[in-house]
Write a protein that binds this ligand. Structure first.
Ligand code: 4AD
Ligand code: MG
Length: 431
């Protein structure tokens, strides 16, 4: 019977077949140890001289890394490590030998080399663990909204207008007309909120980021809820409940992957609502006190500033009410100080930066028309969006969570390039 390595525990004492690839090999005279991976896990297959033919024993000593294999053997509990299983090999078939030596060996390789070989690098233990954590995050994201009566509404990828500022737009040729790859599904979620009340979209989004940073990708995945008749306060509560749910779910389901990544999970256990909240002005004051005396109202926060702020807290911190001029055109103004936006960012702890951005939307037609003009956005492209204020306008709010920054935070990765299977960055489009 062919089984996957993840299910070895259910077959102790039985003879089974495993199909996979050689990950590593070592020998000690009478024994060859073949580490075999099949995607579900890694098992040590032990070839004992007395158990197999001399030809097979000799062959087992020469199987190349990443050869595809079919192995027949008996499942044994590992003598020393409880909960670990081995395969005592009876027969071994090399399904395909590699055409040449596998380029990635256990020795240290440079990041560029590994990135060029991303299609192969994905097979390694750490990358495998990261993708599994990423999957668990995405599943938790969907479960949270699906279980809270949100309707999934997919936003388009080709869009006629900008959402997050014109400097990071990817322009394409759409049958002779310019079209942009979406920066955010938000404007479409605002339309959908008027139809369904509580909605979310989840898909790839694009930013032509000209800067090379540890946190920016040209293509990243974003989940964006939007809720009718919700204000900024409600938005902050939704964000902290949502994030707590996702982090706790990942801790429940991906302990072993986080262990492979040597992630210290102490700070992650803390991620429970409510989160501390500070205003933008309080954040500026905090920066001035903590070694950034030059910080002043009107500054936007970069990675360094976000780290200084988040280091003051033991869980994510919500920073709200930024100056309007730092923010996109669609934000509502704070009625008690119209210079401020009713927006919020959630900064992850331990210096992982902004993971959530969102807030309350401008619901007034005239003010929104004014904002579009002020930001010098092409009015015609936003006519459909203005319709949402013409026909039954309503207070509403939402946010966007970047999946890759969340993966880097939960996995403890300093750079987002390893958080997505095939990253797209300023100078990387391949493989
Ligand atoms: O703060 P941002 O730009 O907000 C929006 O796009 C809103 N329209 C969302 C909404 O309210 N519906 O992006 C939201 C999040 C950021 O907090 C960050 O996690 C991620 O998206 N993000 C990026 N991740 C990787 N690479 C980039 N270039 C990113 N830009 C934003
Ligand atoms: Mg933002």
């Amino acid at each position: 019977m062919t089984i996957s390595i993840a299910h070895l525990a259910d077959h102790v004492g039985e003879e089974v077949t495993i199909k996979g690839w050689l990950y590593n090999r070592r020998s000690s005279g009478k024994l060859h140890f073949l580490e075999v991976r099949d995607g579900s896990g890694i098992v040590q297959a032990v070839v004992f001289k007395g158990d197999v033919s001399p030809e097979l024993f000799a062959q087992a000593d020469h199987v190349q890394q990443e050869a595809s294999l079919e192995i027949l053997g008996t499942v044994k509990e590992h003598g020393k490590i409880k909960g670990t299983y081995e395969l005592q090999v009876k027969d071994l078939k090399v399904v395909a030998a590699p055409a040449r030596e596998y380029p990635i060996s256990p020795k240290e390789h440079g990041t560029d080399f590994l990135m060029d070989n991303r299609h192969l690098w994905l097979r390694s233990k750490r990358q495998h663990a990261i993708v599994r954590v990423r999957h668990a995050i995405i599943k938790a994201v969907r479960d949270f909204f699906d279980e809270s009566e949100f309707t999934l509404v997919d936003a388009p990828i080709f869009t006629p207008n900008a959402c997050e500022g014109t400097s990071t737009l990817f322009q394409t040729d759409y049958h002779g007309e310019p079209a942009f790859l979406t920066q955010s599904g938000q404007l479409y979620m605002e339309a959908a909120a008027a139809a369904f009340g509580k909605v979310y979209c989840f898909g790839p989004t694009f930013r032509a980021e000209k800067s090379k940073t540890r946190r920016h990708l040209a293509e990243f995945w974003m989940v964006e809820p939007e809720v009718a008749f919700m204000d900024l306060e409600g938005d902050m509560i939704l964000a902290e409940q949502f994030l707590s749910f996702v982090v706790q779910r990942v801790l429940e389901t991906r302990r072993s992957e986080l262990a492979i990544l040597e992630r210290d999970t102490k700070m992650l256990e803390n991620v429970k609502a409510p989160f501390p909240r500070i205003t933008y002005h309080e954040a500026i004051k905090l920066l001035q006190e903590k070694g950034h005396p030059e910080a002043k109202v009107g500054d936007d926060f970069g990675g360094d500033e976000e780290t200084v702020i988040s280091n003051e807290f033991d869980r994510p911190v919500i920073v709200h009410r930024y100056p309007m001029e730092l923010k996109a055109f669609y934000f509502a103004r704070d009625p008690s100080d119209p210079r401020l936006a009713l927006n919020m960012d959630v900064l992850a702890p331990e210096g992982y930066g902004e993971i959530v951005g969102g807030g309350q939307r401008e619901e007034d037609l005239a003010r929104l028309e004014g904002a579009i003009a002020e930001h010098r956005l092409p009015r015609e492209a936003f006519e459909w969006y203005l319709d949402l204020r013409r026909y039954g306008t309503f207070p509403h709010a939402g946010f966007g969570l970047g999946i890759e920054r969340t993966v880097s935070w939960l996995c403890g990765l300093p750079h987002v390039r390893e958080t997505i299977p095939f990253p797209r960055m300023l100078n990387r489009l391949a493989p």
